[in-house]
Design a binder for this molecule. Structure first.
Ligand SMILES: Nc1ncnc2c1ncn2[C@@H]1O[C@H](COP(=O)(O)OP(=O)(O)OP(=O)(O)O)[C@@H](O)[C@H]1O
Ligand SMILES: [Mg+2]
Length: 228
């Protein structure tokens, strides 16, 4: 489903070259729940941005569902994102001027789904995350945990084949963070492929597979044998 072959991402900061990813080879299969962990600056977000087709590698090949997406143009990447990927971020990234229902509908707007169907799908995923009674609220009227649930609903609305979460519990208290993680485990048990990025080992332990990155390289992968 996800295959990285010797992926490099190099940023040129004037004279200084930053090797944010330095030769990553990785396979993540359908229905896996994998955590990518590592210290600040190790390359986790860079890795997620490439997996999520938000950025392309400097070198190496990335195959997503069998398709080479290593050097597509921005509009082609956007199309793949809309069709294939759901994103969950630390700061939720909800649109402040849209209410909960409208936020969840947004990926469906990009997909060209008709309004009536959008509302049905959005209500269904809001029910799934247990927050349908807040459908008319604005994001600013919700707690952090509620906002993260809305952002999970938004990620689910497009029925993505992969859900990517970058520090999804980073802004939440421990208890709310646990609830969000348990919900993500449940989604995985229902057959969703989930990739979780975190620097917190307690969060990572919720995943079946842990991939540790250091200085842009994989230094540990608990699922490597299983993935072969
Ligand atoms: N746009 C950029 N331009 C230049 N350097 C960058 C850019 N984005 C990231 N880097 C560098 O690449 C390296 C990896 O950054 P990245 O954001 O992937 O780390 P991270 O593991 O997500 O860290 P954190 O846990 O702090 O979020 C860092 O040294 C960072 O400074
Ligand atoms: Mg990061």
């Amino acid at each position: 489903m996800i295959r990285f072959e010797n992926i490099h991402k190099i940023y040129n900061m004037g004279e200084n070259e930053v090797r944010a990813l330095d030769g990553i080879t990785l396979d993540i299969r359908e229905k896996e729940m994998a955590a990518i962990i590592g210290q600040s600056g190790s390359g986790k977000s860079t890795c997620m941005n490439i997996i999520g087709c938000l950025d392309v590698p400097t070198e190496g090949k990335y195959y997503l569902n069998g398709r080479d997406v290593s050097d597509l143009k921005d509009d082609e990447l956007a199309e793949i994102r809309n069709k294939t990927l759901g994103f969950i971020f630390q700061q939720y990234n909800l649109i402040p001027k849209l209410n909960v229902l409208e936020n969840v509908e947004l990926p469906l707007v990009y997909k060209g789904v008709l309004e009536k169907d959008r509302i049905d799908i959005a209500m269904e995923v809001l029910k799934k995350v247990g927050i349908e009674e807040k459908r008319n609220s604005m994001p600013s009227q919700l707690s952090g945990g509620q906002q993260q649930r809305v952002s999970i609903a938004r990620a689910l609305a497009g029925n993505p084949s992969i859900i990517l979460a970058d520090e999804p519990t980073g802004a939440l208290d421990t208890k709310t963070g646990q609830e969000v993680l348990e919900f993500m485990q449940q989604l995985n048990e229902e057959g969703n492929t989930i990739i979780l990025i975190t620097h917190d080992m307690l969060v990572a332990e919720k995943a079946k597979r842990i991939i540790r990155i250091s200085d842009g390289k994989i230094v540990e992968d608990s699922g490597r044998e299983a993935a072969k």
